[in-house]
Design a protein around this ligand. Sequence first.
Ligand code: ASP
Length: 308
Amino acid sequence: MEFRHKDLLGIADLEPEEIRLILDTAASFKEISVRPIKKVPTLRGKMMMTVFYEPSTRTRTSFEIAAKRLSADTQSLTVAASSVTKGETLADTAHNLEAMKPDVLVIRHPASGAPHFLAQRLKCGVINAGDGLHEHPTQALLDLLTVQEAKGRLDGLKIAIIGDIAHSRVARSNIYGFTKMGSQVTVAGPATLLPPYLETLGATVTTSLLEAVTGADVIIMLRLQLERMGQGFISTLREYRDYFGLAPRHLHLAKDDVIIMHPGPLNRGVEISPEVADGPNSLILEQVTNGVAVRMAVLYFLIGGEKG
Ligand code: ASP
C-alpha cells in the first residue's frame, strides 16, 4: 500500500487502507519522542512552512515538533504580523511563500475550502490544519490513533460525538474517519447545532446526550465555537451545560471502560466538567501526544520517501 496524495485536505479523500497506513506509521514513530535524542534524519533537507490565519495551541506546535523530530526545517508565518494585514490575497501570500521553496505548506484558515484552493495552485504539498467549518484531518487521525491504542480496534465501536456539531470541523473529519474504519457514530447536540445532512455522512443523530452516551465506548466532547456563531443558537451557557455538558453522573450509562476525548481547547465547566476532563477515563492529553506522532506520519508520507 502506498500513499499517493500530494496534499492532505480531508479525511473524506482517504481510503480506509490509507488511514490504516498513517495510523500504523504514527504508532511506530511514537517511540522516537521518548528517546534521549528525539530526532531521526528522515526528512533532512526538507522544509515545512506553517501559515495559520486562526489561533492554535496544539496543532501548530505539534506540526513544528513533528517536523523537527524528522529533521525537517520549519518556518512559520505569523499572519497578524504579515502583509496579510496590508491586504495581500491568500493566493498572493501562498505564491510568495512557495517561491521560497518549501516542500509542504500547513495552513489553517477560517474559510472552508481555502487549503483546496491553494492545493490546486501550488506545486508543493498542502496540509489542511483546519478550514472553517469543514475538516481538520490531522485531528481525526490523532483521535483514531488514540482510540485504536485504547481499544485495540476501531471496528464495531460506538462513538458518541457531542456538542456544537454545526460549527465543528473536528466533528466532520471524525464522522468520516470513524465510519470509514467501521465504528458506529452517534452525534448529539441541540437541534440548532445539528446540520441536516449528518445522516448522509453515516452518523446517527439525536438531541439527547443521554441517548448518545448510553453504551458508548468513546465519548468525544466538542467546544462551543462561539467565534463562528451568531445569536440564537443556544439560550444560555448554563442551560447548555445542564443538557449537553458531560458530568460524572453520565459515565455509568456508557461502557465501563469508556474513554473521554476532547480536541481542545476545553471550556471547563461548559461542555465538560473538570472531574471528567481530569478523571481516570480521560485521554485528552494522550490525544495531544498522539498529535505529534500522527503529524510525523503525515509529513513522512507527503514529503518523505514512499510516494508513488
Ligand atoms: N482545536 C480544534 C479546531 O481547531 C477544536 C476547537 O477549536 O474547538 O477545530
